[in-house]
Ligand binder design. Structure first.
Ligand code: COA
Length: 329
C-alpha cells in the first residue's frame, strides 16, 4: 500500500470543567496525594456532569476539528467512534453523536478496543479513505469513565477521568504529510485483567450484580502494568519499522496517558528523551480512548506540533489491545 493515504486535517477536544483532585480523593478514600502521584503521575482529572454525555462532548469537540479542516458536519462521510463507556448500549455511540452533530450524510459506527480505540479507529478510517468509501472521516475517542468505575475501589477509581478528542481524516495532500504507518495487535487471553464482569448478556443487570458492584471496571493493576510496558514497546517498534524510521527520527512521542511510569518506560525503550514526549496524565488521568486525541489537540494548540514533524502515537488497553501510528505532520 502506497502511503501516506490519509492525513489529519483538523483536531478538537472537550474536557469537562469539573476538576477532581487527589486531595478530593483523599477526602473520600483511604489514599493519599503522594501515593497517587508516585504510582501513576496523576494529580487531577476531569469529571463530566449530567449534561456532558458522550454524544454532547463528542459533538462539541467535533465542531472546531471540522472548522479547522474547512468543513461542516454535512461534509462528514463516516464517523468512527472509539469508547468503552457508551451513553447507552444500543444504538451505537457514533449514531448518537451523528444525531447531535447533525452529520446527516455520514455512516456512523463504533470501534471497541478500549484505550487503543482511537488508533484502531484511525486505522479503520484510513482504510475507508484508501478504498474511496469516504473522503472525510471523523475519528473520535470519547470516554465518561467516571460513570463505569467503582468510586469505592481505591485501586482503580483514582486512575480514570472523562473527556473527548477528535481528528478529521482526509486524503493525504500529496506532499509527504500524513499517516506513514499503522500497527494493531490484540491478545484476548488477557481479557480478564481489565474488564467489566456484569451488565452484558452473560450477566445482565440484577440485584446480585448491583450487590457485587460487578457493573464496574475491575483491573489487576500490577499485571496490566507489566503487559502495558511490553506491548507499548512492541507497538513503538512496529510503527517505526513499518515507516522505515528509528527513535532518533521522532520529534514528538504521544503515548496513551495511563501512567507516567509506563510512559517513561516506553520512551526509554524507543530511545526518545522525555523532552520529546507529550505528557498530560497529571491533568487528565487515564481517559482511555480519548487520551491520545486530547494530547494531540493540546500539542497543536500549544504550538508543540508543527508542520513537517514526525509524530509517533502509541497505545495499549483492555482486551488486551495495542496499536501505533507514525505520522508526518
Ligand atoms: N492509595 C493507597 N494505597 C493503594 C491504593 C491507593 N489508591 N491503591 C492500592 N493501594 C495499595 C495496595 O492495596 C497495595 O497494598 P499492600 O502492599 O498492602 O497490598 C499497595 O498499594 C501496592 O499496590 P499495587 O497494586 O501493587 O501497586 P502498584 O505499584 O502496582 O500501582 C497501579 C498500582 C494501579 C497504579 C499500577 O499497577 C498501574 O498503573 N497499573 C496499570 C494500570 C493501567 O494503566 N490501567 C489502564 C490500562 S489502559
Amino acid at each position: 500500500m502506497k502511503r501516506p493515504i490519509a492525513h489529519i486535517a483538523g483536531t478538537g477536544r472537550y474536557a469537562p470543567a469539573q476538576v477532581l483532585t487527589n486531595q478530593d480523593w483523599e477526602a473520600r478514600l483511604d489514599t493519599s496525594d503522594q501515593w497517587i502521584r508516585d504510582r501513576s503521575g496523576i494529580a487531577e482529572r476531569r469529571v463530566a456532569d449530567d449534561r456532558e454525555t458522550i454524544a454532547y462532548m463528542a459533538s462539541e469537540a467535533s465542531k472546531p476539528a471540522l472548522a479547522e479542516a474547512g468543513l461542516t458536519p454535512a461534509d462528514v462521510d463516516a464517523i468512527v467512534l472509539a469508547t468503552a463507556s457508551w451513553d447507552r448500549l444500543l444504538p451505537s455511540q457514533a449514531c448518537d453523536v451523528q444525531a447531535v452533530l447533525g452529520a446527516k450524510n455520514a455512516a456512523a459506527f463504533d470501534v471497541g478496543a478500549a484505550c487503543s480505540g482511537f488508533l484502531y479507529a484511525t486505522n479503520v478510517a484510513e482504510g475507508l479513505i484508501a478504498t474511496a468509501q469516504a473522503e472525510t472521516v471523523l475519528v473520535i475517542g470519547a470516554e465518561r469513565l467516571t460513570r463505569i468505575m467503582d468510586w469505592e475501589d481505591r485501586s482503580t477509581a483514582i486512575l480514570f477521568g472523562d473527556g473527548v478528542g477528535v481528528a478529521v481524516l482526509r486524503p493525504a495532500p500529496g506532499d509527504g504529510r500524513g499517516i506513514l504507518s499503522t500497527y494493531m495487535k490484540s491478545d484476548g487471553t488477557l481479557g480478564d485483567l481489565l474488564y467489566r464482569p456484569g451488565g452484558g448478556t452473560v450477566a445482565p443487570p440484577s440485584e446480585q450484580l448491583l450487590a457485587d458492584r460487578s457493573q464496574y471496571i475491575r483491573m489487576a493493576g500490577r499485571e496490566v502494568f507489566k503487559s502495558a510496558v511490553r506491548s507499548m514497546a512492541d507497538a513503538c517498534d512496529h510503527a517505526l519499522q513499518r515507516a522505515g524510521l528509528s527513535g532518533d527520527d521522532v520529534d514528538l512521542l504521544i503515548p496513551h496517558q495511563a501512567n507516567i511510569r509506563i510512559i517513561e518506560a516506553t520512551a526509554k525503550h524507543a530511545s526518545i528523551p522525555m523532552s520529546k514526549v507529550y505528557v498530560n496524565v497529571d491533568r487528565y488521568g487515564n481517559t482511555s480512548a480519548a487520551s491520545i486525541p486530547i494530547a494531540l489537540d493540546e500539542g497543536i494548540r500549544e504550538g508543540r506540533i508543527t508542520a513537517g514533524m514526525m509524530i509517533l502515537l502509541v497505545a495499549f488497553g483492555g482486551g488486551f489491545t495495542w496499536a501505533s501510528a507514525a505520522v508526518r505532520w
